[in-house]
Ligand binder design. Sequence first.
Ligand code: HEC
Length: 122
Amino acid sequence: MRGSSSPSISDAVLRRLALGLLVFSVGCAGLPHPTELDVARARTRWPDATVGSLEAARGVYVQRCSACHPLHHPQDYTASEWDVELAKMGPRAHLTPEEQDEIRSYLSNVRGEKPPAITGGR
Ligand code: HEC
């Protein structure tokens, strides 16, 4: 029958895709990228936050906090626990108060959820 799919080819393709995704996510340490939901959360404390500013903060975190140990996931600690950790780790990473606050804006807000679908109306 012409309409039947050909499982051997698609299985091989799927396997390769799955492997690629695995390598990709391990390589990035699974560190989430900011979404609009994260921005909404961040603005309660950082009114000027944008996806771009949180993405930049992610970059500072990756650059400044990975020298001595693997990066921790933002969800490993609550916002107030991150305040404590950053007060401890900021001096070790030789952060300026501005850099420390920037990293805090990423760690205490970015969860990386998909933004809700746009439902239209209004
Ligand atoms: C100069 C090395 C160094 C740098 C840079 C560094 N850390 Fe650490 N970090 C450590 C050590 C050593 C520990 C082990 C626990 C301890 O000694 O307090 C640790 C532990 C931690 C822990 C686990 C909490 C605990 O009490 O065990 C967290 C979370 C953490 N670091 C976050 C960060 C963040 C965020 C940054 C970037 C601002 C950072 N670290 C930069 C050395 C460093």
